[in-house]
Ligand binder design. Structure first.
Ligand code: GCU
Length: 679
């Protein structure tokens, strides 16, 4: 179990003897001055890792006297680094460079940055070179993040339950804070810093106002003290009705002077305890949460009130666009756009609107949210879900980078071709000053942090993509596997392929061809396409698939809910017609006849059945691949994954049989006799 705890920061001894010797030659000495907590943490990480990987304790030197000196510093702490002015300038506030260089006629390695935090990131990435077996011969790396706020959203409650958490209880031991600092907080911060995550919202979006009371602010400040060293800011969810619940006011109306003053005072109080507090996230008027609409005000009124309170302290409001109720009777997918688009341009400059990747809710596959590209005067922040609420919890092996990338690479056409979602959230589409990506964390108190050993890869991939959305799923998986398991290519190659296809496999056995929201309601685990009797129509799976004897799918074209009109042309025109809609989104946008001829020449029915069967077959192939990995990694993790894959196989069959048999009751068409019998 301990094998899982170390995540991708294992620092196992380098096995390849050539590399081992070369690395040792490259870091015989180290020049690393500076005494800030962050620099000391970076130095500690470096020396621990070198000791473990290379059995090496480089001598600390003040001047470069021999080949193989590693120089680490900022212009303030190192005159040698200061000479690299171009690299320093390129690094910005958070970036760094790693270079082989000739200093005083000696061949050296440099890790340089403008800031201590840049050094920390540089050190982790230098170590990654060693962890992934890269040559240090002629390194030249210049890195800086494309997105400013790279934030984990913990849906953690104060009683340590975690909403949609599948890896144990919350890692925040509120009852022991601020007195007891669990060493795990430090390892959490190290892991985040290693991938560039620089923010954490520590309480659930469905918040208790208690988080904002003095006692809990003092507890939060103890976490902030740990995080700060690792460049991570703490954020809190602000419950909109807090002025009533903990402030004793009669209202939470954002235009009420007393309410506004209460939030100003609250912000001042928070910054007294947490001087670098990041700001608030707010879930307002969604799923029963209070918000400005309760007082006939709108999102701007609510967000700007909080923004005013935080402004003097440089705090940010992350206002969520995940809003729905039964106000849009024909199509829940349209509500966020309807509510937010008209408000574009009215938000204060320290507000960023946080939008889920798709318009429904973290389904295995959704087309990109139509708000991306549409809010041209408002910075938008991406919200991805790392925890696998709709993707098999921590039981199914699903590598999510391809899913994140699919959204990031989608072209909104907001400013013509090339207006990708990534560009929008990088703030590049309209030169926004704020930019952000949030990931709903999958972290819990399980020894291995994320429940499934492979779910660690999703935390890792989120961080890497928040730093730079252009990185490939494959490169990220490769790095993660090498750092987390082994450098053995006979393991890396097949397991990487397994990871890369795992998300498509899951879509195949859960929601192929644009199907969505057909899971068991409540738990969101397993199939439930037959459920149609819940109190709210927009909670029913039948509302989303609309299967009948004629066909299946949600007509969101101009003949239906016309949600397609929320996209820019030519995307909207593409989605308007069956022929031009990408097959993977077909039933998201169209009600399609069971007998419709698909590009493959098969009927829709046959195509759907094939997807479900292929999904199960693919899981069986994953099992076969995995069984060949025995002995290449530690038995504990090998066996854990093997058992989880066996559950995944059973549940893929469960999904397949349930969906195929249920939809067959409408299509009345056969399942090929050669197929395994669903029962
Ligand atoms: C989903 C999830 C809820 C969560 C909500 C949100 O609906 O099931 O548990 O609170 O998303 O993102 O606010």
């Amino acid at each position: 179990a301990e094998d899982g705890y170390r995540l991708w920061l294992r620092y196992d001894k380098v096995q390849n003897s050539t590399l081992y010797n070369n690395y040792r030659q490259s870091v015989k000495q180290m020049q690393f001055n500076g005494s800030s907590p962050t620099l000391l943490a970076a130095k500690r990480e470096l020396t621990n890792a070198l000791q473990q990987m290379l059995n090496l304790q480089p001598a600390l030197v003040n001047s470069v006297t021999s080949n193989g000196t590693l120089i680490v510093g900022t212009p303030k702490t190192s005159a040698n680094v200061a000479k690299f002015s171009n690299d320093i300038a390129a690094a910005g506030d958070e970036g760094y460079f790693i270079k082989s260089a000739n200093i005083n006629g000696k061949s050296c390695l440099m890790i340089g940055a403008n800031t201590d935090k840049g050094i920390l990131y540089g050190v982790f990435n230098f170590l990654k070179l060693l962890q992934t077996g890269q040559s240090l011969q002629s390194v030249a790396i210049n890195e800086s993040p494309k997105i400013k706020m790279r934030v984990l959203n913990h849906w953690d409650n104060l009683d340590r339950t975690v909403e949609r958490g599948y890896a144990g209880s919350s890692i925040w031991k509120w009852h022991k804070l601020p007195g007891y600092i669990d060493p795990r907080y430090i390892d959490y911060a190290r892991a985040n810093a290693s991938i560039g995550i620089n923010g954490a919202v520590v309480n659930n979006v469905n918040a208790s106002a208690i988080s904002l009371t003095k006692d809990y602010l003092i507890k939060a400040s103890a976490l902030a003290n740990v995080f700060r060293t690792y460049g991570i800011k703490i954020y809190l969810t602000a419950r909109f009705s807090a002025p009533i619940e903990i402030g004793g006011l009669k209202t939470a109306d954002p235009l009420d002077a007393g309410v506004r003053q209460w939030w100003k005072d609250k912000a001042d109080e928070i910054y007294k305890y947490i001087p670098d507090f990041g700001g608030f996230i707010v879930k307002a008027n969604s799923e029963g949460q209070p918000g400005p609409q309760t007082y006939n005000r709108n999102h701007v009124d609510g967000a700007n009130m909080l923004a005013d309170a935080l402004k003097p302290h440089n705090g940010i409001v992350m206002w969520r666009a995940f809003v729905y109720d039964d106000k849009v009777p024909d199509d829940r997918a349209k509500q966020a756009y309807n509510e937010f688009k008209p408000l574009d341009g009215q938000f204060s400059d320290n507000v960023i609107v946080q939008v889920k990747n798709g318009a429904i809710d973290f389904q295995p596959r959704e087309p990109f949210h139509p708000l991306f590209g549409a809010m041209r005067k408002t910075p938008l922040m991406m919200e991805f879900q790392i925890t696998q609420e709709y993707l098999g919890f921590s039981t199914h092996l699903v590598y999510l980078a391809p899913m994140f990338k699919e959204t990031l690479e989608s072209d909104t056409y907001a400013k013509g071709k090339g207006s990708t979602v990534a560009k929008d959230i990088e703030g590049q589409l309209d030169k926004q000053t704020l930019s952000g990506m949030a990931g709903v964390a999958n972290i819990g108190s399980d020894v291995n942090w994320t429940g499934h050993p492979f779910a660690q890869a999703n935390w890792y991939a989120f961080g890497r993509l928040a730093w730079n959305p252009a990185q490939s799923s494959e490169a990220i998986a490769d790095d993660w596997l090498r750092m987390t398991f082994t450098q053995d290519n006979s393991f890396i190659k097949p397991v990487k392929a397994l990871m890369l296809s795992s998300r498509e496999t899951t879509v195949d056995y859960m929601t192929p061809l644009g199907l969505h929201h057909i899971m068991g309601t409540g738990a969101h685990y397993g199939p439930g396409p037959w459920v149609g009797n819940l109190a709210r129509p927009d909670w029913n799976p039948t509302y989303y698939h609309k299967a009948d004897s004629a066909g299946v799918g949600f007509d969101r074209t101009s003949t239906g809910s016309n949600a397609v009109a929320q996209y820019f042309p030519p995307v909207r025109d593409e989605f308007e017609h069956i022929e031009t809609t990408p097959e993977k989104y077909l039933l998201w946008f169209h009600h399609v006849s069971w007998k419709h001829t698909m590009p493959s020449g098969k009927t829709l029915w046959q195509e759907m059945v094939d997807h479900y069967y292929r999904g199960v077959d693919s899981v069986r192939n994953m099992q076969k691949t995995w069984s060949l990995m025995q002995g290449k990694i530690d038995d504990a993790r090998y066996n854990e994954v093997k058992q989880l894959l066996a559950i995944q196989e059973q549940e893929a069959v469960w999904w397949r049989n349930a969906c195929v048999l249920y939809f067959q009751s409408f299509s009345k068409m056969p399942i090929p006799a050669s197929y395994e019998k669903p029962d």
